[in-house]
Structures are given as C-alpha cells and as structure tokens.
Ligand binder design. Structure first.
Ligand SMILES: *Cc1c(COP(=O)(O)O)cnc(C)c1O
Length: 395
C-alpha cells in the first residue's frame, strides 16, 4: 500500500505486511507451507545464496508468510527490519546472542521476565557474559551499573508483574553515552501503546504469544531493530541457531495482529474500570496499573505510553492466603499464566511464573507474596467486576 508509513497506527495494524497474494489475489496472506524453494537455474541459486537476489532458499533462512509478519511488526515499531522467532524466549536469545560475547557485560532490569533473567544468570554466565540487575525505575541505577565492557542495556517496561516503568529515553542516552545499545521487551505495552525505537531504543523484543497474536493459541516472538548492521548480524546468528518461526505459526499471528487495536482498546477500557473498583475496595491493599493516576510513575506513563495496557497487579489484605482465595474463586478469568489474550487470566507470580528467582531477590524486585496479576481480556467489564467482588467477599 502506498504511503502506509504516513497513515495512522490502526491502518498499519490492519494493512502492514498484509498484501494480497500477487499470484492469486488472495486477500489473506497464503501459508507458504514449504521447507524449501526451487531455483530457476544454478545462477539464480547462487544469487539467492550470495544475497544478490532476495529469493527464498530454505524456510529456516526465510519464508514468505513469516516475512509478511516481520514486515507487519516492523512497520508498527518503525524499525529497519524484524526477525521472527519460534517463541518470545527465542527472540530474547537472538538479542543476547547477537549483542554479547565472552567478556561482555549487560545491565538489565531486575524485574525482567523470569526466564530472560534466569538465562543470563545460569546459562550466559557459563560463556563468560557478566550481568548486573538493577532497579531501572531509577535511571541513575542503570548509569551506576555501567562498566567499560557494557555492551547492552536490556529493560522491560512495563515490567512483569510489577507494572513498574523504566524511562526509555533516559536509558537510551545512558547506553549510548557508554557506547552500548538499548534493547527493550515491549510485550506488555504492544507497539500500539509504546514505540521505543522512536524514543531512542535500538532493539525491541516481543513475545507475540501475548497481545500481538492475542488468541491464546500460539507461542511466538519477534525482534525489531533500527540499525541494518545489527539486523544483518542478527539474521546470521538467529538463522544458524535455528529458533526461527514456522509459516503456519506466522499465519496465525498475522490473523491475530489484524485485530490488535480493537482488542487492546477494549481490554484497556476494562482494566481501567477494574482498577477503579479495586482501588475503592476495603479488602484491597494496593493496586498497580500504569493507566491510572494512582501509579507512582503515572507521569512517565503519560510521557512514553499512549495508554496503560491491559495488565494490572494488586495485593489483598491478608497476603498470600487471601490472594489464593481470590484466585481460586474467580469464575471468569482462568487461573493460568500468560496474558494479552481475548480472555482474562489471573495468576500468582510468587508461586508460578517467578518461582525460579530466590524469594529475597523477588521481594527486592517488588514481586511480593501477596501480588496477584490479572491480565484483563475483552469480556464485559461489569461481569469481571461482579466476579472480583464475589471472590473478594470470600476473604
Ligand atoms: C511471555 C513473555 C516472554 C517470553 O515469551 P514466550 O513466547 O513465552 O517465549 C518474554 N517477555 C515477556 C514480557 C513475556 O510476557
């Protein structure tokens, strides 16, 4: 589509990468379910491998359906290109593997998605990569952790499950002043609500398992980058390590992303209503949602996000046991990890997603035992509020 770059984000969500098939006119991008691609002749094969031609060769090295999805998310994030991955963690790995070598150092948000932190602590450490985790809600902590060998600053904002925010612009400046790059996990915000590349970040990662696909039926990830040299290097690393995306998976995500705006808008509206209900509930100790003025970093949310998203956390009076009562008695949200789906989900990070992190470190990162995370879906807000109300009454 001509001039899509100048159009609004909702038009991009519907049309970016979603070209009608040139061979048949099919409006839905076809699933090119083929592992390999035939060359016209030996010279064509050679040109495809040398990069002279951008023809497809072998699906691990690129596939038309997957490329359509990469184009879609690249347009939404405003990058120079994207690399789709089998899972969100394969995408995070593509970033670490591309940017870090033995002897290098990374500074990361302490409340990073559990496995994103665990692989640095337990696996990359085996290969001589050093990591420092800081409370990045204060950018000064990031600056103080920089070392001469720091190559990457990796932040997550909003962070999971504390919903704390990190100033993207400030961290980009700190990283760049030190000759390092800034990567951000943008899963919670979606490209709809936060576009980190425009705020100075170099690399954006998504678990598309969450909002981008949005239907709780696929695991998938993607990296979007701003610098063509990093993109080229990342493709080499990622294609050879093999965590690439299957075309059928890509097609499902392409279907999901088309309704991203509608889903996020509805779920976000619901979240704000639930937030207000919980804030006024006598059995609720605290509520954290970046879309509400009660969030301690609301000003920063207003500066770098265009909405608070659809995940919130809260603590109930009575701690862990009371939290369990609420979780066990909710009728609509499934008790399940993950988020960003059309249906609401509720979970308890301290005993589920974040058990891999020792309790003392968990609490330091704000993941207290009483924290309940709710990923709000697209049901009627009134039904979700009635449901929360009856569950809270049981405490
Ligand atoms: C789920 C998630 C991931 C990992 O994604 P997978 O698709 O499960 O591999 C990474 N970061 C965040 C913030 C997530 O929520």
């Amino acid at each position: 589509m001509k001039n899509l770059d100048k159009m609004g984000i909702n038009t991009k969500v519907v049309h970016a990468g979603q070209k009608a098939d040139p061979a048949t006119g099919a409006v839905s991008v076809p699933i090119y379910q083929s592992s390999t691609f035939k060359f016209n002749d030996a010279d064509h094969g050679a040109a495809c491998f040398s990069g002279e031609s951008n023809g497809y060769k072998y699906t691990r090295l690129g596939n038309p359906t997957t490329a359509a999805l990469e184009e879609s998310i690249n347009v939404l994030e405003g990058g120079c290109g994207a690399v789709a991955a089998a899972t969100g963690m394969a995408a995070v790995n593509a970033v670490y593997l591309t940017m870090l070598s033995a002897g290098d150092h990374i500074v990361a948000t302490d409340a990073l998605y559990g496995p994103s932190r665990m692989i640095l602590e337990n696996e990359y450490s085996r290969f001589g990569v050093e990591a420092t985790f800081v409370d990045s809600t204060n950018p000064q902590n990031v600056a103080d952790a920089i070392q001469p060998n720091t190559k990457l600053v990796f932040i997550e904002s909003p962070a999971n499950p504390t919903l704390s925010l990190t100033d993207i612009e400030a961290c980009a400046k700190i990283a760049h002043d030190a000759g390092a790059k800034l990567a951000i996990d943008n899963t919670f915000a979606t490209p709809l609500l936060q576009q980190p590349l425009s705020l100075g970040a170099d690399i954006v990662v998504h678990s598309m398992t969450k909002f981008i696909n949005g239907h709780t039926d696929v695991v998938a990830g993607i990296v979007v980058v701003k610098d063509p040299a990093i993109l080229k290097r990342m493709k080499q690393v990622h294609y050879n390590f093999g965590g690439t995306m299957d075309p059928h998976q890509a097609w499902l995500v392409l279907r999901g992303v088309r309704t991203l705006s509608l889903r996020v808008e509805k779920a976000q509206k619901n979240t704000l209503e639930i937030c207000e209900f919980l804030l006024n509930h006598p059995k609720v100790e605290w509520v954290r949602y970046p879309g509400h003025p009660s969030h301690p970093q609301y000003e920063l949310a207003q500066k770098q996000m265009s909405g608070g998203g659809a995940v919130m956390s809260f603590g109930v009076k009575g701690g862990l046991e009371a939290g369990k009562t609420v979780i066990n008695n909710m009728q609509i949200p499934h008790l399940a990890v993950s988020l960003g789906g059309i249906e609401s989900l509720i979970e308890h990070p301290a005993s589920m997603t974040h058990t891999g992190i020792p309790k003392a470190e968990r609490e330091l990162a704000g993941i207290t035992d009483d924290l309940v995370r709710i990923a709000v879906g697209c049901e009627d807000a009134k039904d979700l509020i009635d449901d929360l109300s009856q569950a809270l009454d049981l405490i």
